[in-house]
Design a binder for this molecule. Structure first.
Ligand SMILES: [Zn+2]
Length: 173
């Protein structure tokens, strides 16, 4: 993910963003574990969820349609996954690629894992990020003002992905 990074500011071009992330209470140690336990104090823009994993929008997207695949169990290394869990995780990653190709039609997709804080991981719980890349992604706002122009709001993006959730279903039979 060479030049992909969280932006300091966002400009939501379609309409004013109606989504507000909650504050994170002090007693929450891991945001993904809290989401997995359905702690209502933590926002989650989920697309799909089952007993093993969650697929959700990143609320601080690097680009429009940025999704994450998160195993629910707290772990922070690929080596901690059982063989079947690893197969299952990457089977879903492939389905998410398919979902993004269908819904946002990107020119490419940056698929990444950051393991450990030194590698830029902000939540120390294993997750795979899929960032759609479009043609002409970096304009003046991005390069000079550290501001990302987002083509769609998070709730709109969530709705469009959820309308196509059947692509993700049956990823593991
Ligand atoms: Zn966790």
């Amino acid at each position: 993910m060479t030049d992909l990074k969280p932006y300091e500011y966002y400009l939501w071009s379609p309409k004013r963003e109606e989504y507000e992330a909650n504050e994170i209470p002090d007693d929450i140690n891991c945001i993904f574990c809290s989401q997995a336990e359905d702690d209502e104090r933590i926002s989650k823009l989920e697309i799909y969820e089952d007993d093993f994993l969650m697929v959700e929008l990143n609320i601080f997207p690097y680009n429009t349609g940025h999704l994450m695949v998160v195993p629910k169990r707290h772990l922070n290394s690929l080596t901690e996954l059982e063989d079947e869990e690893r197969d299952r995780l990457f089977s879903m990653v492939a389905k998410v690629e398919e979902l993004q190709r269908e819904v946002v039609d990107p020119a490419g997709i940056d698929v990444g894992l950051n393991i450990g804080e030194a590698a830029g991981e902000s939540i120390q719980h294993l997750h795979v990020q899929l960032v759609p890349i479009y043609g002409h992604d970096r304009g003046f706002m991005e390069t000079s003002l550290d501001t990302k122009v987002m083509k769609k709001s998070l709730p709109d993006m969530q709705e469009e992905y959820k309308d196509n959730v059947e692509i993700l279903e049956g990823y593991w039979e």
